[in-house]
Design a binder for this molecule. Structure first.
Ligand SMILES: Nc1ncnc2c1ncn2[C@@H]1O[C@H](COP(=O)(O)OP(=O)(O)OP(=O)(O)O)[C@@H](O)[C@H]1O
Length: 691
């Protein structure tokens, strides 16, 4: 809609500038001003021809430019990985063909004579200039046209003479050159053999049937070699995203290029279409590209929500080798305060995370690689000499046994005692968080903790009592299902521990409400979902709506894709394969970790000593016995370190597990559920006898 500016002066009627003679300036004076009809609003488009306010720097700003050198050359890691991939390919092809070389030799010997004959015939035909001429002469002869025949023959003779001379000269030069080289001894015998072999291969190439190559094909499957704009357009339209119907709607802000071991296509989707809508359809995209799903990795682009980065690997991720772990270097030292490598992504780039102020939840079905994922984090932090470990693993198979030497508390098993000790770790950590709060307050008052957080300096300071503590609970569902208080304690700890240098890593198998209370999931900063069966499990680990946003571990198969998962908590969700060192490599890391701690084994002196629950129940009972609710309060009051979060239900459950019946007991005139003192004494006496 065109707007009509009207010039007003204070005492004048408005003058419609459209009514003035075109090309003439409208009548204006010092008091005139221009208004626009209020019902139409002011123009919103920038007037054309306005001076640009864009600077030269804006125009030439880095992110508009295509990098001078390919992306894979930009980082040492990219260069190393590309060279390694190249060397591996070259090695493979060499071995493949070397193994078949005797068969190739036989083929060459068979085809070469035929090739010599074919080449000689071709050369003679060329020299005699018969090509095309012979047929025409035949035609003239069959029509008894002697004149044309002679003219054609003269042309042929004229063409052929210099060719014969050239052939003769080349032949003589070859003979003389060969004789001179032979007599001078300039070419060693191997050179002659190589030349003969080369000549034989050339002859065999000329002599072989057109459809039979001399060398065998290395691969039978059609190999994906290049991602083209046409493929990308066709695939994106084929996934049927609303608002994307025409390949012409897609724009490529930069050319499709190699990025790591694959191709990267950055695509601007049509206006209003979000990249996430395409990411959700990863499986459909893989079908449209006719490639395995773990070869196709759509991700949000860096510039806006409608930009898609489609990375397509040369091979499916499950078939790619693993990049070497930087921590395997002999001098590697880490810090929980710095991002450290614990896995790699689909492009074989290292994936890092810091430990400080973070907590980790690793979930997945059996065989998805949870324990090893937790190990990769623990191994990374083991090389920080200030870290103290407390590890409880409830699979009972000793997946972390080699960490025992680094642990102040190490619990393995699924029996009641292991569960009790696992709960005790959390209870201790809660009490420690309390103590640390006070220490940090003191440090802040002394100006040592400006943000009220543990700093690397404070963590290192001997005697500060603020060194990092890594608590790993593997198969945490076993603990949480058996001990509800432990789940509550874990939740409170995760909430409190962030700034206090206590890092909690939970690995769990069955995400349901009891085994993984939703509140824990909500508080954890980094969630790592390995292979899961469906949307429900996925969203229990990664949060509601994650699956719909395309952030899902359902794309991984257990066992086959063990170690692969998607982690949130960083700048954007990443697919990550945990580092999986060999037992020898892991042993070397642990040995260095022990050496970094001066060979000393941490002492868990501040973990509450195991208390005898039966004896303690006896101690807090009256003549008749005690109510669970009163006993729970009394235990927590008398031994807060050992029973910091005791409830009547939990106490009754723990006592019943030890054989104490729960029954109505009359204490202080009230009958409530509790335990009888005589029953308790009987159990204690029996225990003493059996000891
Ligand atoms: N990053 C990895 N790379 C290759 N293989 C791995 C990786 N992580 C784990 N695996 C393989 O997967 C197997 C199972 O791993 P892990 O014990 O960690 O799984 P889990 O999910 O803890 O299983 P479960 O719930 O049965 O205990 C390991 O024995 C190992 O062979």
């Amino acid at each position: 809609m065109a707007l009509t500016p009207i010039v007003f002066s204070d005492d004048d009627e408005p003058t419609n500038t459209a009514a003035t003679v075109p090309g003439q300036t409208p009548p204006v004076d010092a008091e005139s001003y221009t208004v626009y009809r209020p019902d139409r609003g002011a123009p919103v488009d920038e007037p054309e021809g306005e001076a640009m306010t864009v600077t030269w720097k804006d125009v030439t700003s880095g992110n508009r430019r295509v990098p001078l050198v390919p992306a894979w050359m930009m980082s040492a890691h990219g260069r190393r990985e590309t060279m390694r991939a190249l060397a591996s390919d070259v090695g493979y092809y060499t071995a493949f063909h070397l193994l078949r070389s005797p068969w190739y030799g036989l083929k060459v010997a068979g085809y070469a004579p035929r090739g010599v004959w074919r080449l000689a015939r071709r050369v003679l035909r060329w020299a005699s200039a018969e090509e095309g001429n012979w047929e025409l002469r035949q035609h003239a002869a069959s029509k008894a046209d002697a004149y044309t025949w002679q003219a054609l023959n003269r042309t042929r003779a004229k063409e052929s003479k210099p060719r014969w001379m050239l052939l003769g000269a080349a032949g003589t030069a070859a003979c003389v050159g060969g004789t001179v080289l032979e007599l001078s001894g300039a070419v060693p015998p191997i050179g002659w053999y190589a030349a003969a072999a080369g000549a034989a291969v050339l002859a065999a190439q000329a002599g072989k049937p057109a459809d039979r190559p001399i060398t065998d094909r290395v691969s039978n499957t059609p190999k994906f070699t290049r991602l083209t704009a046409e493929q990308v357009r066709a695939a994106l339209v084929a996934v049927k995203t609303q608002g994307l119907t025409d390949p012409g709607q897609l724009e490529f802000p930069s050319p499709i290029h190699r990025d790591g071991p694959g191709w990267l296509a950055r695509v601007n989707l049509p206006l209003g279409v979000e990249a996430v809508k395409v990411i959700e359809k990863r499986a459909a995209l893989s079908s449209a590209l006719r490639l395995p799903i773990d070869q196709v990795w759509p991700a949000p682009g860096p510039e806006h929500a409608g930009q898609l980065d489609l990375w397509v690997g040369y091979q499916p991720a499950s078939k790619m080798g693993k990049p070497r772990w930087a921590l395997l270097a002999d001098n590697a030292v880490t810090s929980v305060f710095r991002p450290e490598e614990f896995g790699s992504d689909e492009r074989q780039r290292p994936v890092t995370t810091s430990g400080f102020a973070r907590s980790f939840l690793i979930g997945g079905q059996p065989g998805s690689g949870k324990s090893y994922a937790a190990r990769s984090l623990a191994l990374a932090w083991s090389l920080d000499p200030t870290v103290e470990f407390k590890i409880a693993e409830f699979k009972g198979t000793g997946d972390f046994l080699d960490f025992e030497a680094l642990c102040s508390t190490y619990v393995v098993g699924v029996d009641d005692e292991a569960i009790r000790q696992g709960g005790a770790i959390l209870a201790w950590a809660l009490a420690e968080a309390e103590r640390r709060g006070k220490r940090i307050l003191a440090a802040k008052q002394a100006g040592l903790a400006p943000e009220g957080k543990v700093t690397p300096e404070l963590a290192r300071k001997p005697g500060s009592g603020l060194h990092p503590i890594v608590i790993v609970i593997d198969e945490a569902h076993e603990l949480f299902a058996a001990d509800k208080d432990a789940a509550d304690a874990a939740e409170r700890l995760i909430k409190r521990a962030r700034a206090l240098g206590i890092i909690v890593v939970l690995a769990t198998q069955i995400p349901d409400k009891t085994s993984l209370p939703p509140n824990i999931t909500r508080c954890v900063t980094n969630r790592w979902c390995l292979s899961v069966q469906g949307q429900v499990e996925n969203d229990m680990i990664l949060g509601t709506g994650a699956y719909k946003r395309g952030i899902t571990g359902t794309v991984y198969k257990p066992v086959d894709d063990a170690g692969w998962g998607v982690m949130t908590g960083g700048p954007s969700p990443v697919s990550v394969l945990s580092q999986y060192p060999t037992p020898q490599q892991a042993a070397a890391i642990i040995a260095r970790a022990i050496a970094l701690r001066g060979g000393r084994r941490p002492v868990g002196d501040d973990l509450p000593p195991a208390r005898d629950l039966l004896a303690d129940l006896l101690a807090v009972s009256v003549d008749n016995g005690q109510h669970w609710s009163v006993a729970a309060g009394a235990l927590a009051e008398r031994w807060p370190e050992a029973y910091p979060v005791m409830t009547a239900d939990a106490l009754s459950e723990m006592a019943r597990a030890l054989g104490v019946p729960s029954q109505g007991v009359k204490v202080a005139g009230k009958v409530l559920k509790g335990y009888r003192r005589d029953e308790l004494s009987k159990i204690l006496a029996q225990r003493q006898q059996s000891e």
